[in-house]
Design a protein around this ligand. Structure first.
Ligand code: ARG
Length: 469
């Protein structure tokens, strides 16, 4: 904008008293937040109603004042819901847009609403209310996804696949067992979201600008009206604390990190080289040049979104680093990263919750893959240990047998008993049961093991837990 451009901004009516000239037009737009914090409108209105009711109960406002304020706020609520609200950048943020409109509607009584309150405790209250609801919405999607995973796991408690370490075939496992590992990651995430919710659920309302207020307010009452567990304990901390936003975003970063791990596996498994899984067409897209392509876009995109949420976490941590007490305008920058984190996380979880129950495993390919790579070599070593061989010696014996198979391009279970006995004398025909994939998984029959019995039991327990949420 050219230097000579006239300053077209007006002095803000809500705080302009001490100002000798209007705010610079660009500064007005630069410092305004109404374009994004309008998302807090319903929380702001609820906070204002709770505050006004408390002021009335404490004889600071008259019942007639309260009735007018409630009427005006309810009209504003309708205007916003019907997209009929005139959001104004000269009114800076959601709080002053609503307050100024209230005064337009009900007249001078509207000017009493801000008694004993500041935008500093107001915005702290609004974000906590908003994030509390967002955590509940995100948790709902997380639970849907967990349920989808567990149901698939229950259906595949006995479906064999290779388990990997270093992305090399390690030991046979069941597909259900692998899925329940995903479930466990997400269950810790559930716990983190709940922890965060408990810690954020304290009411900052009444902290006012930073030091509290001279009016005989009842902070217990507003806390209770707004569904908080109680009021915060220190007014300075109340207006400056954004830990809850960081905690939530950290939890979100870990959730998307988990989703990115699942995504990576799905991308691998849907490739022609693995061909373990088919993702139905409705979750995939094609290529504009290669007619044969069907790409696993949902897991790829979710994998990519992880970077975005990690970025928001860094933004919020850096925002709060070195901030002196109490409120600083810096804090206006908490909103966009937080809003986008919630939206992104919610969409990622929703996409996964929709997709996971529709995954179609190719059981034959999974089983065949487990037959490669000597997946039951540890079972043979364990067999020898049961025959009195020390594990380290058994490891060596089986290593020799595997080397022989590699040279001969055959599998352990293909070796005739006589040949097996050349590696260790005391081996009997029952060894072949131990070398089967089914025998291998069934033998790992303890809490947390991959046997179909254990997997089915773990899935049943998880389902019961989920239905009690
Ligand atoms: N829009 C501000 C924010 O988001 C509200 C609080 C502003 N308080 C102040 N004293 N400027 O943080």
């Amino acid at each position: 904008m050219s230097q000579s451009k006239k300053n077209e901004a007006t002095t803000n009516k809500l705080w302009g008293g001490r100002f000798a000239e209007p705010t610079d037009a660009f500064v007005q737009r630069f410092t305004a937040s109404e374009a994004f914090d309008r998302r807090l409108a319903s929380q702001d209105i609820r906070g204002s109603i709770a505050h006004a009711q408390m002021l009335c109960a404490q004889n600071i406002l008259s019942p007639a004042d309260l009735a007018e304020i409630e009427m005006g706020l309810s009209q504003i609520s309708d205007e916003i819901a019907q997209d009929n609200f005139d959001w104004r950048v000269d009114r800076e943020d959601v709080h002053m847009n609503i307050e100024a409109r209230l005064t337009e509607i009900i007249g001078d009584t509207g000017k009493k609403l801000h008694t004993g309150r500041s935008r500093n405790d107001q915005v702290a209250t609004d974000i906590r209310l908003w994030l509390r609801e967002s955590i509940d919405a995100v948790t709902l999607q997380l639970t849907r996804l967990q349920r989808g995973i567990v149901e698939l796991a229950a259906a595949h408690a006995a479906t064999i696949m290779p388990g990997f370490t270093h992305l090399q075939v390690a030991q046979p496992i069941t597909f259900g067992h692998h899925l329940l590992a995903w479930y466990e990651m997400l269950d810790r995430d559930f716990g983190r979201l709940q922890d965060c919710r408990v810690r954020l659920n304290q009411s900052p309302l009444g902290a006012a600008a930073l030091a509290g207020t001279t009016f005989p307010i009842d902070r217990m009452m507003t806390a209770e009206t707004l569904g908080f567990d109680g009021p915060t304990r220190n007014s300075l901390d109340s207006v400056s604390d954004r830990d809850f936003a960081i905690e939530f975003t950290a939890a979100a970063a870990l959730i998307t990190t988990h989703l990115s791990r699942m995504s990576e596996e799905l991308v691998l498994w849907t490739s022609a080289q693995f061909a373990f899984i088919n993702i139905p067409d409705r979750f995939c897209t094609g290529s504009s040049i290669m007619p044969q392509k069907k790409n696993p876009d949902v897991p790829e995109l979710v994998r990519g979104k992880t970077g975005r949420i990690n970025g928001h976490l860094m933004a919020l941590l850096t925002l709060m680093k070195s901030q002196p007490l109490a409120y600083n305008k810096d804090n206006q920058e908490d909103k966009e990263p937080l809003f986008d984190t919630v939206q992104t996380l919610h969409d990622c979880l929703r996409a996964f919750a929709d997709m996971v129950p529709a995954l179609v495993p190719n059981q034959e390919n999974m089983r065949n893959a487990a037959l490669e790579g000597f997946a039951t070599a540890t079972d043979l070593a364990d067999y020898l240990v049961r025959r009195g061989v020390a594990f380290r010696d058994a490891h060596e014996v089986v290593g020799n047998a595997v080397a022989h198979c590699v040279a001969e391009s055959c599998r352990l279970e293909d070796l005739p008993l006589t040949l097996l006995r050349s590696f260790y004398h005391d081996i009997d025909a029952d060894v072949f049961e131990v070398l089967t994939l089914e025998g291998s998984v069934a033998a790992r029959d303890h809490i947390g093991g991959t046997s179909p019995v254990q997997v089915a039991a773990a899935a049943a327990t998880a389902l019961k837990l989920l239905s009690s949420r």
